[in-house]
Design a protein around this ligand. Structure first.
Ligand SMILES: [Zn+2]
Length: 239
């Protein structure tokens, strides 16, 4: 199991760690990391590992089959650090910060479009959510863009807290994303709250977010597409 430092502090850009193993596919396993492992539509982070006399670019970061071990996938042709070696982990912050802005913007979109979410994807400049929308009243690009801008300008705080699996089971309305089940089984689930007490949005999420909505900056709803009978894909782009 890898200690997920990005979960306690999404702004942590570096850490020291030990190489606990090189797996059979050449992936690097560390005891702890600041690199987010791909999950929930958010891509795995890129970055680098450095050590005495060596450097290894990390092309992406993923979970192993056990879902608790994080594997750092080296860029092709990289030199691997040996198991047991202490390394310095560096995150490609500029890309990650864009993921954080887009990811938080999608929570805001979720708060405005009250229909079930059926899928989503986060990129460095844009993201999208798919909704099962039966009634398009009030759902158009310009209306959503101005309502999103108002939520960004209001500078709502984004905070996290943990609840038990049982507490989440007793409050199924918190789960907005039908396609991605919240990460249960460890006994506790992380809730992400936007606004006082989650007044704007409150849902289980393991991703990385900005700490205040103003940090999202300028953004626009650039496309609303039909994907199937009731399914609508709403795309948000950073300015
Ligand atoms: Zn999230």
């Amino acid at each position: 199991m890898t200690e997920t430092l990005f979960r306690a502090d999404a702004y942590a850009r570096t850490c020291d760690a030990y190489v606990t193993a090189i797996n059979d596919r050449g992936g690097i396993v560390l005891d702890r990391t600041v690199l987010y492992a791909a999950a929930g539509g958010q891509p795995g982070d890129t970055g680098a590992l450095t050590w005495e006399g060596g450097v290894c670019r990390i092309a992406t970061t993923v979970y192993d089959a056990d879902k608790t071990t994080i594997v750092h996938v080296p860029a092709e042709g990289s030199t691997l650090p040996a198991a047991g070696l202490p390394v310095h982990v560096m995150l490609d912050w500029e890309t990650r910060h864009k993921y954080m802005r887009v990811h938080t913007a999608l929570h805001l979109l979720c708060s405005l479009v009250k229909w079930p979410v059926t899928g989503g994807q986060i990129g460095a400049g844009e993201g999208r959510l798919d909704f099962d929308i039966a009634d398009m009243a009030g759902i158009d690009k310009d209306t959503l863009t101005s309502r999103l801008a108002a939520l960004v300008a209001a500078d709502h705080p984004v905070t996290t807290r943990w609840i038990t699996d049982a507490e989440l089971e007793a409050a199924p309305h918190l789960v907005r994303t039908m396609s991605v089940k919240p990460p249960m089984g460890s006994g506790k689930v992380r809730l992400v709250a936007i606004g006082e007490d989650g007044a704007i949005d409150l849902q289980p999420c393991g991703g990385t977010h900005v700490s205040h909505t103003s940090e999202i900056g300028g953004l626009a709803v650039t496309k609303i597409e039909s994907k199937g009978k009731q399914n609508r894909r709403i795309r948000v782009t950073l300015a």
